[in-house]
Design a protein around this ligand. Structure first.
Ligand SMILES: N[C@@H](CCC[C@H](N)C(=O)O)C(=O)O
Length: 297
């Protein structure tokens, strides 16, 4: 019996994904298998594994999201744009609906190359929606006991849920902090019962931000779509910027519009298909179309 199945590798601004199609019979992988394939040292290397499934809600597809550590989560902005691009190609329509554990999201063709816009819905801002472990009346800036983890000092993050929990720390220079060292401590801070994605944000003008993100269950990534949305919402809520901003991440720029008419967050950016290949589940080795590579090399 063959244990082989097909995959695609895609990315949104370098935030990269293993894309599997369960509609074509690809089996559900275990968390240890996902983590092995996600390894940049011995596996394919990716930030999230995305599995496309039939949608119970009647959307064009359901998108399942697993972080590189094998843990399943509810939202991923950049992957929603990638799957949007695939489904737009598959259906020939200019807009598609994608079901996620965080709800139904709409993805739109922009008519500009591979760029896709996704409507990420309305941000959730109440303390128990983030969620936080204790009540805060105002989530625009929460007092956090952090301890002496770094200098200069980080304090009073904004918190936003974009289908997943985000904490945003305002800084003058995103490079002045060792986010690889402090990110895991903040991700696991007891105030975040479901852990959190941690961002350092520098406001560069009334319509631009620079952002660096430590992603929950992954680590430092080249870009984080929901992180960019959360930072844009937090910046507008605190009057640091207007509601339309360009967010510059290590992998590129995302255009975010926190639409005033209905409070939905629209995110626009490029997506890229890197390559396709075949995975052998029995050995967790893989071949890339046109070349041979794998964990056994
Ligand atoms: N890369 C993502 C976010 C993926 C999920 C996140 N790590 C979490 O655990 O919530 C994005 O583009 O939004």
């Amino acid at each position: 019996m063959t244990t082989a199945f097909r995959f695609r590798k895609m990315n949104g601004l370098g935030n990269d994904f293993l894309v599997l199609d369960a509609r074509a019979g690809v089996p559900r992988l275990r968390p240890d298998e996902i983590a092995a394939l996600a390894s940049r040292a011995t596996g394919i290397g990716f930030d999230q594994m995305i599995t496309i499934e039939a949608s119970p809600a009647g959307a064009d597809a359901f998108m399942r999201i697993d972080n590189a550590d094998g843990g399943e989560v509810d939202a991923c902005g950049n992957a929603t744009r990638c799957i949007g691009r695939l489904l737009i190609g598959e259906t020939g329509r200019e807009a598609v609906t994608i079901e996620t554990r965080a709800g139904l999201l709409r993805a739109y063709e922009t008519g500009e190359g591979e760029r896709v816009t996704v409507d990420m819905g309305v941000p959730r801002l109440a303390w128990d929606e983030i969620p936080l472990a204790e009540p805060f009346a105002d989530t625009r800036a929460i007092e956090l006991q952090i301890g002496p983890i770094d200098a200069p000092i980080l304090h009073s993050p904004a918190v936003v849920n974009m289908g997943n929990p985000h904490a945003i720390f305002w800084v003058d220079d995103v490079e002045a902090y060792d986010l690889a060292r402090i990110g895991p401590m903040l991700e696991h801070h007891p105030i975040f019962p479901e852990r959190a994605n941690i961002s350092l944000a520098h406001v560069t003008s009334a319509d631009s931000l620079t952002l660096k993100v430590w992603e929950r269950g992954v680590g430092l990534t080249r870009a984080c779509g929901t992180g960019a949305c959360a930072a844009a919402v937090a910046a507008a809520r605190t009057r640091r910027t207007g509601r339309r901003v360009a967010v510059t991440l290590p992998g590129g720029v995302l255009a975010i519009d926190w639409r005033a008419s209905d409070d939905h967050v629209l995110m626009t950016g490029d997506v890229e298909t890197e390559f396709a290949g075949t995975i052998d589940r029995a050995t967790l080795t893989w071949t890339r179309d046109g070349a041979v590579r794998g964990a056994a090399e």
